[in-house]
Design a protein around this ligand. Sequence first.
Ligand code: HSE
Length: 433
Amino acid sequence: MKDVNVGICGLGTVGGGTFNVLTRNAGIIAGRSGCNIRISRVASRRSRDDLALGNIPFSTDVFDVVNDPEVDIVVELIGGYEAAKELVLAAIANGKHVVTANKALIAVHGNEIFEAAEKAGVVVAYEAGVAGGIPVIKAVREGLAANRIDTIAGIINGTGNYILTEMRAGRDFAEVLKEAQDLGYAEADPTFDVEGIDAAHKLTILAASGFGVPLQFEKGFTEGISTLTPYDIAHAELLGYRVKHLGIARRREDGIELRVHPTLVPKSHLIAQVDGVLNAVMVDGDAVGQTMYYGPGAGDEATASAVIADIVDVARSVAAESNQRVPYLGFSPDAIEDLSVLSMEDIQSAYYLRIQALDRPGVLAKIASILSEHGINIESIMQKESEFKDGRIPVIILTHTVQERQMNLAIEEMESLSDIADKVIRIRAENFN
Ligand code: HSE
């Protein structure tokens, strides 16, 4: 059996998991690859005494891996943008294939990296960057290759979902975040999780791979979960909805919607049932219909599972000396459509609104009239006498789908009424029918 040499850069959570699974399951992985996947070199800023590195050469300089002529596949698990980009471009320039779990790198620099890889005739594989252990990139690029995909939506940050799940049980935000960090789920900078940046990286990659459009991270919309209140989470529940932090990508004739924000989802929808660090991605294909991919979105060995699946893919073609490979984004470069990300004013969504109304006659009529003037249809409305306080009473409204531009205008008008105190709270809602 032929040897294919792998060099691992980075021995953090995912690097350690990759080392352990590759070592523990070497036999089964060789059986599947048809070659012997050998860890021939490892580099990391810090060594790890808990890993059985044995005689495998170890160094603190990741460029020792990139410059080692023996290494066929460089596994980039150092994270971050610039250092990782330099490492990956150097590996490509040295004719090495790359496997990475770095969604930030692919979302932000992917177009440039894929172009360099295409010229050099090497593979850059990134399954582990999206939804941890769930093989959703493989599903979108290969399993659903027959379909025109118009919607991809899901829970694609485990830390955020873990926090929202625990908050529903009444726990404190900061305490739960600390727990997620201790479990190794959170990003080095946890604001990436909490403010939706990590999810936006993953959504950018999913949209590009599913729709056949360029990676456009900088044009997406991102809103985090740090300002969500237990009050709105509980009232969404009363209306039959659960608040989830979703990434939503929609392909339309005039462009694509690319947005990450808290979203009300009907409690009966599968996405609403996904709790804890688990992720779920829904992909709607014109032939297959609605499909869902569910599983652990973070964690050492769960993410290693996806890293190693990519290593196996690349190793098979290295062993077979074949140039047959799936295009980077699942579409040939000349078939990538130049479809831009739409502005948020142009997206279509339903809305949950919380309006702090002064308890006077006619206020509800004024609110209803403003909504109606902007073509906004009310699905349900809730006002509880028991919540009356300091002359104010919250009015909670769920609307049908409308263009965000109309909702912005309606909110502006409502906020200008003397009967309305404070800003109107708005959370977008989706039914995914
Ligand atoms: N911080 C990420 C998450 C890790 O919580 O989902 C996996 O990408």
